[in-house]
Write a protein that binds this ligand. Structure first.
Ligand code: GLN
Length: 446
């Protein structure tokens, strides 16, 4: 009830697309009953959680913040949400986001932008801005988002909360509306690292519905919390701390690294020689996959259908032209272009090769360190309106986050001091499937 009231009183932030009042209260009653009978399902039983509106939940509207899915009611539930509810969590609402998770500013939603509660002239980050703001504004203690190129870590950084992108394959993507399938991953937001660890433990694991999920047994991601950074080697990529990084953000991160050193960690410079190609290869691969994934929205099977169409081709063209927003159309055009016969080798194949080189860079760097530290964002949260005036600058703000998705690595953004009165995000990058170690280091930052 308290969570629902808080959602109502913070409505101006536009963090939610749907609020599930009745469903949530009903489940809360069941949870109370379990508790009274001493049958609690564990740490998440009765905890209100908000989930990004690109995850299907049976019988509820699931829009991906697009007009094309404005009327879509999910006929099945995403595995991650099924697991969340099996652990007793109460889904209180579906959060606002960039349309189809395309963006870093949360301004491309059909339902209007999400506001940053810390400074309304700046964006909350995207594309899971609704989930980040849901936590930052106190409507829920934790939330789920999805991260294709930074969409959990960036809004976490912009709003001063913790956001974790797990290793690719850690969490099932079944029921997550696909943006770029080889990059997409669901992950948690929380006020603390421990909350994120608990949430990850509930939602991870192999799923017969998603054959990219890992066969690794699920683990207790809270197990190593509290062990600190003593004896850990922290890699600092020299390419990440040079030109393009805001001086105040840099200082905040360097301060934190000094503190880690004082606590017994060793700071070691590492190199990621191909990292300057990360943003360009990401935007080729992500848009290529998006152009294919989004071909399913054709005005025939589900979603928006243009009332104007008289012929089949017009039905496709008009439904898609009217149903998709400008940014989504831009991505489909880009993706179709890089996959087209004349340009496939020059762009798509090249980008895949670069992706391998970037992955190899990380493998090499991790031979000499346990975790890697980096900024989450190159500067303060972007000013509102930039997605319209300078989309290229918005793409470039993904510089520190997209490489992890290309390499499939886990990463967590934790608040680390302030710059210009706003929180700075420190991104910890881990070895594949080493989230427990990664979170232990991240927690030492709190
Ligand atoms: N900003 C990136 C993009 O627009 C990442 C988005 C995401 O992680 N979903 O593609």
């Amino acid at each position: 009830q308290a969570s629902l009231e808080k959602i109502e009183s913070t409505k101006n932030l536009n963090a939610y697309i749907s609020v599930l009042n009745d469903r949530a209260l009903e489940r809360a009653k069941e949870s109370d009953k379990r508790r009274a009978e001493g049958k609690s399902l564990g740490a998440l039983d009765g905890i209100p959680v908000a989930v990004k509106d690109n995850m299907c939940l049976t019988g509820t509207r699931t829009t991906a913040a697009s007009k094309i899915l404005d009327n879509f009611v999910a006929p099945y539930t995403a595995t991650a949400l099924e697991k969340l509810e099996a652990a007793g969590a109460i889904i209180v609402g579906k959060t606002n986001m960039d349309e189809f998770a395309m963006g870093s500013s949360n301004e491309t939603s059909y339902y209007g932008p999400v506001k940053n509660p810390l400074d309304e002239s700046r964006v909350p980050g995207g594309s899971s801005g609704g989930s980040a703001v849901a936590v930052a504004s106190g409507t829920v203690p934790c939330a789920l988002g999805s991260d294709t190129g930074g969409s959990i870590r960036q809004p976490a950084a912009c709003t001063g909360v913790v956001g974790l992108k797990p290793t690719y394959g850690r969490v099932s993507r079944y029921g997550l509306l696909a943006y770029a399938s080889s990059l997409d991953q669901i992950g948690p937001f929380g006020a603390t690292v421990r909350d994120c660890a608990t949430l990850l433990g509930a939602i991870c694991g192999i799923d017969p519905h998603d054959n990219t999920t890992s066969t690794r047994p699920t683990e207790d991601f809270t197990a190593k919390l509290g062990t600190g950074v003593k004896g850990k080697v922290i890699g600092v990529p020299k390419e990440y701390f040079g030109e393009g990084l805001d001086a105040e953000c840099k200082a905040a991160i360097e301060n934190m690294l000094k503190k880690m050193e004082a606590e017994g960690a060793t700071i070691k410079e590492v190199s990621l020689p191909h990292i300057s190609y990360a943003v360009s290869s990401y935007y080729i691969i992500a848009t290529a996959e998006a152009s294919s994934n989004l071909s399913r929205y054709d005005g025939v099977r589900y979603g928006y259908r243009s009332a104007e169409a008289r012929k089949l081709f017009d039905l496709y063209a008009k439904s898609r032209s009217e149903g998709f927003g400008k940014e989504v159309q831009r991505r489909i055009l880009l993706g179709s272009y890089v996959l087209s016969a004349g340009f496939y080798d020059a762009y798509y194949v090249q980008a895949q090769k670069v992706r391998r080189l970037i992955t190899d860079d990380f493998t090499e760097a991790f031979k000499t360190c346990d975790v890697i530290a980096s900024p989450t964002m190159p500067g303060l949260p972007l000013k509102c309106g930039m997605n319209e005036s300078d989309p290229m600058a918005v793409y470039l703000s993904d510089i520190y986050t997209v490489s992890l998705n290309l390499a499939g690595l886990p990463g967590v953004s934790v608040p680390c001091g302030m710059a210009g009165g706003l929180p700075v995000g420190l991104q910890w990058i881990g070895k594949p499937f080493q989230e427990a170690d990664l979170l232990a280091v991240a927690e030492a930052t709190e």
